[in-house]
Write a protein that binds this ligand. Sequence first.
Ligand code: NAP
Length: 285
Amino acid sequence: MEIDSETKLCCLIGHPVKHSISPQLHNSAFKHLGLNMVYLAFDVKSEHLSRVVKGLRPLNIVGFNVTIPHKVSIIKFLDILDSTARETKAVNTVVLKNNRLTGYNTDVEGIKRSLLDSKGILDGRALIIGAGGAARAAVVALKNLGIDEIVIANRRIWKAAALVRIFKKNDLEVKSVGLPEVRRYSRTSSIIINATPVGMWPHQDETPLSSKDIPRNSTVLDLVYNPLKTKLLEEAEKAGAETINGLKPLIEQASKAFELWTGLHPPKDVLWRVAEEALTKWGMK
Ligand code: NAP
């Protein structure tokens, strides 16, 4: 792929962005489909966010991804929010069309698709560990899958309680608990989602739950993808549960963003290969 005067731009804005594998994913898909597009990562500090978004408009870029710490603060600079962004009150993908910026949360689709494609039963109570941006996306994904009983367990319980206040309006039975109580709820949950960095490299020996706290017929999704098989997933396997690693939602959220920007489906086999290669290169796998 040669960059020329007609090359269209997509990008990532966040801080930090150094370890993101989104550039490799999107650029490999552009190349595979012969699209004259390029994806770059920009390290943007919070105090520069407003100027950066104002500057991206007249450049007429195709769109951009948003990551920590801008997923919520970006909202005030956008013109339209789709339902996923409205419900989560967080945005990870923006499309620029006719000078209007529309915000989406494709993490919702990433988590939903990961659960749908697993062999696990999607019924009963779900437990989400964590109450940050990923947990918000998990609540909406579960709700869209018809799961209406959700427990949110978080280290700082007030953050879990704040999520409960947001989501209680949506006909959901949501409850907040502190981490010391997590085992009590995990033992009776059929879906367990880790939406914290616990178990992430270089702390890969940590896990929020051990095998005795995980039901045999449950589905366990760990949003951590470095390492791919976290200690939590090892424990879940030991318990006989269905497991999903964090690469699946990562690739599904990127695919959804790609579709929003190009109107095309990216080659998922290429995305998987590129993601695994990128993680190996960073020593994360
Ligand atoms: P975030 O908004 O910063 O939230 C982090 C959450 O983790 C908070 O609830 C925090 O609890 C909790 N936490 C942090 N360190 C902890 C610890 N040592 N022990 C217990 N709880 C801890 O981050 P996020 O965007 O939600 O992301 C969470 C994780 O999901 C990250 O590892 C991220 O890489 C991953 N993620 C993966 C995907 C994917 O597609 N695979 C997508 C999004 C995110 P407190 O509130 O008490 O601090």
